[in-house]
Design a protein around this ligand. Structure first.
Ligand code: GZL
Length: 365
């Protein structure tokens, strides 16, 4: 029997059974709610739902997709929100346009993940004049008047970079590596606070380690494709002179590893025997799988799960409470080797978690 005919027969029986239930129990209307409809049905009427305008950077990376999933789940209709979500496709002009549309629509709150730090003063002034509070998350902004936004919650990107570099120092010392460390820096989107912080940490580490040099630096825009393209150009120019790749996010690390393996090089930790050591950020699922395999030597987490953090901020504001102007989130660091368990950064210990498959599978993203 064709699958479709069988399905039709089963559906008809199910409806007949429902009709009989209604007849005998006299219960209300048959509301054949699909799972999705059930999910959309909320105890909140539309009027008392908060309308949130959220401007997202884009969909450039695994991290970004996890971030989007988190905010969409937290601000769902079932949770009592009307979410207007805009994907700016990594263009600031799209974010500016979206924010102005949110203002025109009279949303209750604007939430912004700013692709770059600057260029927000005018549009945030318009939001303030419209009486709409702005919450900034993940990446940071630089504005003349800090009162243009209620608060910022995000990562300390320079600390992430310092943790990555101190781990590298510890690793090289543990292996007795004294040769020149020639680093290819795959930068994120230029002007993004994640790029600014991670790049600054590397520059600082190079001044502190006399045998470290940045011999190649270019932006891979946080994407796999651009990371591969830029890494290919770097390898064409520098070849095996490069012995460390500092990828400022996992997707560029994926691209870089593809590029070096295509040239017959090996991503690994045995620098003394020609392997190229890759440092990465984000600690996404695929990034941690590569870290477990040793293709990424150390991966510093940048946690994307902002949904619950943002609803908590809005809940506090709605109750007339006050929130911290600046909140840094706690983050972890991972490696596939077990013998560097703690590092000292900014005069305090930070744990480096030894990765296992179970640990990776237990994570939320
Ligand atoms: C950092 C975040 C960065 C990630 C990238 O918080 O903004 O943007 O590190 C993402 O993966 O594209």
């Amino acid at each position: 029997m064709k699958r479709q005919t069988l399905k039709t027969l089963l559906t008809g029986s199910a409806l007949l059974l429902c009709a009989l239930c209604v007849f005998f129990t006299g219960c209300g209307n048959i509301v054949a709610e699909t799972t999705e409809e059930k999910a959309e049905t909320s105890s909140h009427s539309d009027e008392d739902k908060l309308t949130i305008g959220l401007s997202q950077v884009g969909s450039e990376s695994d991290w970004r997709m996890a971030s989007t999933d988190s905010v969409k789940a937290a601000f769902s209709s079932a949770e009592g929100y009307n979410l207007i979500f805009d994907d700016a496709q990594q263009k600031q002009e799209n974010q500016l346009k979206a924010i102005r549309e949110f203002i025109d629509q009279g949303v209750d709150y604007i939430i912004l993940d700013p692709i770059v730090e600057t260029g927000w003063d005018s549009v945030l002034t318009e939001a303030r004049e419209a009486g709409i509070p702005v919450i900034v998350y993940d990446r940071g902004i630089e504005v003349d008047d800090e009162d243009l936004y209620v608060c910022w919650i995000g990562s300390d990107f320079k600390l992430e970079g310092e943790r990555a570099c101190v781990w590298l120092e510890e690793f090289l010392a543990s292996r007795g590596v004294n040769r020149n460390i020639n680093i290819a820096d795959l930068q994120g989107t230029l002007g993004a606070s994640a790029q600014i912080g991670r790049s600054a940490a590397l520059e600082e580490a190079v001044t502190l380690n006399k045998n470290w040099r940045i011999i190649a630096r270019d932006s891979g825009d946080f994407t796999t494709a651009k990371g591969k393209e830029v890494m290919t150009e770097m390898l064409n120019k520098h070849g095996r002179d490069i012995n460390v790749i500092y990828a400022e996010n996992d997707n560029m690390a994926y691209g870089a590893i593809e590029a070096l393996e295509k040239k017959g090089y090996t991503a690994g930790m045995d620098i003394e025997n020609g392997e190229i050591l890759v440092i990465s950020f984000d600690a996404t699922h695929n990034g941690l799988e590569l870290t477990l395999d040793g293709k990424i030597a150390a991966n510093t987490e940048c946690n994307p799960l902002y949904g619950p953090r943002l609803t908590e901020i809005i809940d506090t504001l709605e109750k007339g409470g006050s929130v911290e102007k600046v909140t840094y989130i706690d983050e972890e660091q991972f490696s596939g080797i077990s013998y560097i368990g703690t590092i000292q950064v900014r005069n305090r210990p930070y744990t480096v978690t030894y990765l296992t498959e179970d640990l990776i599978n237990d994570r939320q993203y």
